[in-house]
Design a protein around this ligand. Structure first.
Ligand SMILES: NC(=O)c1ccc[n+]([C@@H]2O[C@H](COP(=O)([O-])OP(=O)(O)OC[C@H]3O[C@@H](n4cnc5c(N)ncnc54)[C@H](OP(=O)(O)O)[C@@H]3O)[C@@H](O)[C@H]2O)c1
Length: 321
C-alpha cells in the first residue's frame, strides 16, 4: 500500500513523504478499505504541524476523514463492495485503511463518493453547532463568520432544513449571491461598518459560530442577543478571542467551544449513526452539497497542499488515491 507519512511534526511540505508500506494482516472484526477520496482539511495541516488537539504517535499518516470501498472484511457487518466513511482518525491519506468495523459508517447506495468523503467532519460540525447548545426555535436567527467555508455552507443548509435563519459574515462581497442561492437569509461583509449597520435592525441572533477569532469573533459577539451563546470551533486567523467586559456584564453572553471529534467519540453510538444517516440522506437528496475545488492523486500531495492556500480556491481539495 501507499501512504503519505510524516516522521516529525513540521511544515507539511517539508515533512510529508509518499511511502510504500506493507499491508498489515486483518484481525477479527476489522475491515480493509481501498480509499476512494479523502479531503485536505485545515485540521490535517494542524495535525502535521503538531498544533491539533491531539498529537499522534510518529510516524503518522494524516487524514482525519475519507471514503473507501471494502476490499476484505472480517466483520459480519460488511462485505466486499460496501462503501463506508471512517469515523476515527485512521490515516485516510493512503491507498488503503484497515480499521475496526465499529468505527465505520456504511453509506447508502448511490451516494456520491466525493461528498461522502467530506461527510464526517463538516456536516456533523454544522449539525452539532445548531443542535448541541441551546437549540434555536424555528424562525430565530444564528450568526456565523467564514460563512463560505465548508462548515459555513453546511450550517446554511442544515439551518434551512430546521427552519432557523442565518446571518452570514464573509470576507468577499462576490460570495453574497452564491450564499443567498444556497439558502442564506442575510450575507454581510465581515467588517465593522457592515456589522454596525446590521445592529441598527431588529435581528438579534441567539447563537453565534466563530471559526476565525480576533476581530471577526468580536463582531459575532456584537451582533448577538443578550444571553446568547457564542461557540468557537476554529481559529483561521490564529488570533485569540478578546471579550470586552461590557459584553459579559450587560449582555451576559455565554462562551462555549465545539470539537466534533469529542462528540463522535463520546456520544452514544446510536445517536452518532442516526445523525450521519440524516446528513447522508440530505446529501443524497441534494439538500447538502459541499463544492470541490480540485482532486489530486496521492503522489501530487504538494499540489494539493498549495491549492488549499490559493486565494482563488472554491471548495475542498481532495486526495483520490
Ligand atoms: N472544531 C471542530 O470540530 C471543527 C470541525 C470542522 C472544522 N473546524 C474548523 O473550522 C474552520 C473551517 O474549516 P473548513 O473545513 O470549513 O474550512 P474551508 O472550507 O477550508 O474554509 C476556510 C474558511 O476560512 C476563511 N479564512 C481563511 N483564512 C482566514 C483568515 N486569516 N481570516 C479570516 N478568515 C479566513 C476562508 O475565507 P475566504 O474564502 O475568504 O478565504 C474560508 O471561509 C477551520 O478552522 C477548521 O479547523 C473545526
Amino acid at each position: 500500500m501507499q501512504a503519505l507519512r510524516f516522521h516529525e511534526f513540521g511544515k507539511p511540505l517539508e515533512v510529508l513523504r509518499l511511502e510504500e508500506l506493507e499491508l498489515p494482516s486483518l484481525d477479527d472484526g476489522e475491515v480493509r478499505l481501498k480509499m476512494l477520496a479523502a479531503p485536505v482539511n485545515p485540521a490535517d495541516l494542524n495535525l502535521i504541524e503538531g498544533t491539533y488537539g491531539v498529537k499522534p504517535p510518529l510516524p503518522a499518516v494524516p487524514g482525519i476523514e475519507g471514503c473507501g470501498e471494502v476490499v476484505e472484511s472480517r466483520s459480519p457487518d460488511f462485505v466486499a463492495g460496501d462503501r463506508a466513511i471512517i469515523l476515527r482518525r485512521a490515516g485516510s491519506w493512503a491507498s488503503h485503511v484497515q480499521i475496526s468495523a465499529e468505527h465505520l459508517f456504511k453509506l447508502p447506495a448511490g451516494m456520491d463518493v466525493q461528498q461522502a468523503a467530506m461527510l464526517k467532519v463538516n456536516p456533523a460540525t454544522a449539525w452539532r453547532l445548531l443542535t448541541g447548545f441551546e437549540r434555536p426555535a424555528a424562525g430565530s436567527w444564528i450568526v456565523q463568520n467564514a460563512a463560505n467555508s465548508a462548515v459555513g455552507r453546511c450550517v446554511i443548509a442544515v439551518a434551512k432544513s430546521l427552519g432557523i435563519r442565518t446571518m452570514n459574515l464573509v470576507r468577499r462581497e462576490e460570495l453574497r449571491d452564491e450564499l443567498l442561492a444556497l439558502g442564506a437569509d442575510e450575507v454581510l461583509l465581515d467588517d465593522d461598518a457592515a456589522v454596525e449597520s446590521a445592529k441598527q435592525r431588529e435581528i438579534r441572533p441567539v447563537l453565534g459560530f466563530n471559526c476565525v477569532g480576533g476581530e471577526s469573533a468580536l463582531r459575532v459577539m456584537n451582533l448577538l442577543a443578550p444571553g446568547a451563546t457564542h461557540v468557537t470551533y476554529g481559529a483561521m486567523a490564529r488570533r485569540p478571542l478578546t471579550v470586552p467586559n461590557g459584553l459579559l456584564i450587560f449582555k451576559d453572553l455565554k462562551f462555549r467551544g465545539l470539537w466534533i471529534t469529542k462528540w463522535i467519540e463520546g456520544a452514544p453510538k446510536e445517536e452518532v449513526r442516526e445523525v450521519y444517516g440524516e446528513l447522508a440522506k440530505m446529501i443524497v437528496r441534494g439538500e447538502l452539497t459541499m463544492p470541490v475545488d480540485r482532486i489530486f492523486p496521492l503522489a501530487e500531495f504538494a499540489g494539493a497542499i498549495e491549492a488549499l492556500a490559493a486565494p482563488e480556491r472554491n471548495g475542498k481539495v481532495l486526495l483520490a488515491p
